[in-house]
Design a protein around this ligand. Structure first.
Ligand code: ADP
Length: 449
C-alpha cells in the first residue's frame, strides 16, 4: 500500500469513526428521551453533515489555492487534505523548476543564435516573423520587438526574396540589397517543421568588393602586360619583314629593350606584392640600422637622378627599426625614386629620419616636383592608380610602387601620410610606431648628402 493510500484509508476510517460516534451519541441521547432510533438517525446525520462541511471547506481552500494563488504555499491542513495539498504543491514546484530550466535552455539557445555573425530569421507557416536575431534586424532594418508577427514580405520587399518565398524555391541563396541600400546581403531560405522557414542572411559587401578588386587587378595586369607585348610583336614583325639600316635596327632594338624592362619591372613588383601578401608579419625584434637603409636608397636615388637633382638625406644615424630589411628598403627606395621621377631637373629632394615626441618616428621624403592634386590623394596608394599614366610609364613606373609602400608600412604597424600641392611638390611620410623603432648609441659617422 502506498503512503497516499494509507492517508486515504485513515481519512475514510476517521469518517466511519465520526459516523459511529454520532450514531452512538444519538442513540444514547434518544434513549433518554424514549426515541433511540430517531436519536441514532439524527446523531448519524449531524456527524455526516459536520464531517462533510469540514471536508468541503478544506477542499474549497485547496481549490482556491490551485485556481490562482499557487505562488503561495498550499493551505496547511491536517490529514488527507493536507497531504493532497502538499503533494499538489510539490508537483507544481517540480513542474515550475522544469519549465524554468527549459526556459533557461531556450534563452541560452537563442543567445547562441544571437551571437551568430549571420542574421537568423524564423518565419511561421504563414510567413510571419516569429523571431529574429540582432544581426538579421540590422541587415533587414527590422525592429526585433515591434516587427514580430508581421508578414516578412511586407518588411523585406526585395523582389528576389519575395519571389523565392512565394514560389517556395529555396535551392540557391538570393542576393538582396541591405538596409537603406547599403551593402549587399546573401540570403538563404531553408524550410523546416510544418511549413516554417529559417532565413539566414550574410553581409557579403566586403566579399563582393574584394571580388571586384580582384577582377580589376587581373584586368589591369593583363592590360599592363598586353601593351608592351603588342609593341614587341610589332617590332619583331618589322625586324622580320623590313630590310632596316643598322641605325634603324639599333633604334628598334633599343625600343624593344625598353618594353622588356617595363614588363620585367611589372613582374618584379607583382612578385613583391604577392610575397607581401603571402608571408607572415615581420618579426618585431629583428632590429635593422636605419643608417644602412638610407645609404642604400640614397645610392639608388643618386644613380637614377644622374645629377639632375639636389638630393639630401639626414638623420637616422642612431636609429634602428624592427622589421624586414628588404621590405623597408623597398618602401624607402620607392619614395625616393618617385621623388626623382616626379621632380623636374634642377629640383630638390630632401629625405630625413624624424623622431616624434611619443617615441615613434617617420621617414620623410619631400620634393619640389610636380605635386599631386587633392582629389587624387586618397587613391594614389591603390594598385595601378596613376595621376598621369604616360609620365609614370615614361619614367619606368608600374603603378604599383605606392601600393607596395603602403603594404610594407601596414605590415610594420605604420602608415603612409601624403601632403602635396600641384606645382609645388610633395611630402611623403612613412610613420612607424614606437614599438618598432629605437635609438641606439649614436655613431660618429656623418651621413653624407
Ligand atoms: P608609379 O609607378 O606610377 O610611379 P606609384 O604607385 O609609385 O606608381 O605612384 C602612384 C602615382 O602617384 C604615380 O603615378 C604618380 O602620379 C603619383 N606620385 C607618386 N609619387 C609622387 C611624387 N613624389 N610626386 C608627384 N606624384 C607622385
Amino acid at each position: 500500500m502506498s503512503r497516499f493510500e494509507g492517508w486515504l484509508l485513515r481519512h475514510v476510517a476517521g469518517r466511519v469513526v465520526r459516523l459511529a460516534a454520532g450514531l452512538a451519541v444519538g442513540t444514547v441521547a434518544g434513549r433518554a428521551a424514549g426515541w433511540p432510533l430517531t436519536g441514532a438517525v439524527l446523531g448519524g446525520l449531524v456527524a455526516s453533515f459536520w464531517t462533510t462541511l469540514r471536508d468541503a471547506r478544506r477542499a474549497a481552500r485547496l481549490a482556491d489555492w490551485l485556481h490562482g494563488a499557487t505562488d503561495r504555499p498550499a493551505p496547511r491542513e491536517r490529514g488527507f487534505w493536507g497531504e493532497l495539498g502538499y503533494r499538489a504543491e510539490r508537483l507544481l514546484r517540480r513542474r515550475e523548476r522544469a519549465i524554468e530550466a527549459e526556459r533557461e535552455r531556450l534563452r541560452q539557445f537563442l543567445s547562441g543564435i544571437e551571437a551568430s555573425p549571420n542574421g537568423v530569421l524564423l518565419l511561421d507557416a504563414e510567413g510571419h516573423i516569429e523571431w529574429c536575431n540582432g544581426v538579421a534586424a540590422a541587415h533587414f532594418g527590422l525592429d526585433p520587438r515591434r516587427d514580430l508577427q508581421q508578414r516578412a514580405t511586407n518588411l523585406i520587399r526585395a523582389p528576389v526574396f519575395v519571389a523565392a518565398l512565394q514560389e517556395g524555391v529555396f535551392d540557391e541563396p538570393v542576393t538582396v540589397p541591405g538596409t537603406a541600400d547599403r551593402g549587399t546581403l546573401q540570403v538563404l531560405i531553408r524550410p523546416y517543421g510544418h511549413g516554417m522557414k529559417l532565413v539566414l542572411s550574410q553581409d557579403i559587401t566586403e566579399r563582393e568588393r574584394a571580388e571586384a578588386m580582384r577582377r580589376d587587378f587581373v584586368a589591369n595586369v593583363s592590360h599592363e602586360i598586353r601593351t608592351p607585348l603588342t609593341v614587341l610583336a610589332g617590332f619583331i614583325e618589322t625586324l622580320a619583314q623590313l630590310p632596316l639600316s643598322e641605325v634603324e635596327r639599333q633604334r628598334v632594338l633599343n625600343l624593344m629593350q625598353q618594353q622588356t624592362h617595363r614588363m620585367q619591372a611589372l613582374v618584379a613588383d607583382l612578385l613583391t606584392l604577392a610575397q607581401l601578401e603571402g608571408s607572415p608579419r615581420p618579426a618585431p625584434d629583428r632590429w635593422i640600422g636605419v643608417r644602412g637603409l638610407l645609404d642604400t636608397v640614397r645610392a639608388d636615388a643618386l644613380a637614377l637622378s644622374g645629377g639632375r637633382h639636389r638630393i639630401e638625406i639626414s638623420g637616422g644615424t642612431e636609429a634602428e627599426v624592427a622589421g624586414n630589411e628588404n621590405e623597408l628598403l623597398s618602401a624607402f627606395g620607392n619614395l625616393l625614386t618617385n621623388a626623382v621621377r616626379y621632380t623636374p631637373a634642377g629640383g630638390a629632394i630632401n629625405a630625413a629620419w624624424v623622431w616624434r615626441d611619443d617615441g615613434s618616428a617617420c621617414f620623410e621624403v619631400s620634393d619640389t616636383g610636380i605635386g599631386i592634386a587633392r582629389e587624387h590623394l586618397p587613391r594614389i596608394t591603390e594598385r595601378f592608380y596613376r595621376v598621369d599614366g604616360s609620365r609614370s610609364r615614361d619614367t619606368g613606373g608600374t603603378g604599383l610602387g605606392l601600393a607596395i609602400v603602403k603594404h610594407v608600412l601596414q605590415r610594420h604597424g605604420g602608415e603612409v601620410i601624403v601632403e602635396s600641392e600641384p606645382g609645388r611638390g610633395s611630402i611623403f611620410r612613412l610613420a612607424l610606431p614606437a614599438p618598432r623603432v629605437r635609438r641606439r648609441v649614436a655613431s660618429n659617422e656623418p651621413l653624407a648628402a
